[in-house]
Design a protein around this ligand. Structure first.
Ligand SMILES: [Zn+2]
Length: 308
């Protein structure tokens, strides 16, 4: 892996929380704050890195609940922090529109935070002592941005880029977009030619050994596969949403689990995209069986438990 500048620190905290970048130089900043479940951990680890200095800025690649769940707690710990969100998301945050912010549709949770600053594609923003170019990065999330620091070639990719595979293509679930924007975003990343990618989840990776090139190829193959087999994307998305919920709550009585599934609008859309020929119960049985078979979920007495 190419080296990060010494004042950049990546907090990698499993899959429920995204990677958090902490820049500890002049005007310290945090980019992406993790899941609300790990909010206290984010505050503690940021405090450890800043050693009493206040945070100047918090910025977000996109506003999924695993990327902005620590923001409210960081704001409380650092009053006066400027908070940046992708430009089209700003009115949604200010009105705290849970459906537009996707927490409603997916049945997820996130503490309310405030934001007053927009990350506008085509502009640059000074964060943590670096100048970051802002690029639109639709695909996984229609409103997401990439933050690219050209001097060191560091790309804060959010969920537009992982080393292995791709995230759920949320705009496809509600029918607002297809798979093409994701392919365009991958092409953009290739043109930017970063030296080091900080993905939304998983370890940072660089050009060494062709890792970025290989990751782009894997992502493209996955997008092409989903384009040709959209029902498989729906199945993948349903499994991801269910597993994500269980990583958050860890265990649920089976009736509450079934109730949560029934009340998540996104899962009903995915049912229609995957197997509209099946009734809801039969469809759920098909989706859940492999999660239990592979140990992603476990049945313990009357409870459904996250398999870790
Ligand atoms: Zn995301």
């Amino acid at each position: 892996m190419s080296a990060l500048p010494p004042s950049m620190h990546v907090l990698e905290r499993g899959w429920l929380s995204c990677n958090t970048l902490v820049c500890t130089g002049e005007a310290p900043c945090v980019i992406d704050t993790g899941h609300v479940k790990h909010a206290a951990d984010a505050v503690e680890r940021v405090a450890g890195l800043l050693q009493g200095r206040p945070l100047a800025d918090i910025a977000h690649t996109h506003l999924h609940s695993d990327h902005c769940g620590g923001t409210a707690a960081l704001q409380a710990a650092h009053p006066g922090t400027r908070t940046w969100v992708p430009e089209p998301s700003l009115p949604h945050v200010q009105a705290w529109d849970e459906d537009a912010l996707t927490f409603g549709d997916t049945g997820q949770r996130c503490d309310r935070f405030i934001a007053a600053h927009a990350l506008a594609p085509g502009q640059s923003v000074a964060l943590g002592g670096f100048s970051w170019d802002i690029h639109a990065a639709p695909g996984h999330d229609a409103l997401a941005v990439l933050l690219f620091e050209p001097r060191h070639g560091v790309l804060m990719a959010g969920d537009a880029m992982w080393e292995n595979g791709v995230g759920v293509i949320f705009p496809h679930i509600d029918g607002s977009d297809g798979f093409e924007p994701f392919a365009d975003t991958l092409a953009l990343i290739e043109r930017l030619d970063p030296a080091l990618i900080i993905p939304g989840h998983g370890a940072p990776f660089g050009r060494a050994g062709g890792a970025i090139h290989a990751a782009l190829e894997r992502a493209r193959q996955r997008i092409d596969y989903f384009s040709a087999h959209p029902a498989q994307h729906a199945l993948y998305a349903a499994k991801v949403l269910i597993k994500y919920q269980m990583m958050d709550v860890e265990r649920m009585p089976r009736p509450a689990f079934m109730d949560w599934l029934a009340r998540a609008p996104a899962l009903h859309l995915l049912h229609q995209q995957h197997r509209p020929d099946l009734g809801w119960d039969d469809w759920l049985a098909q989706v859940l069986a492999p999660l239990f078979d592979k140990g992603a979920l476990k049945a313990e007495g009357a409870e459904v438990v996250d398999g870790g």
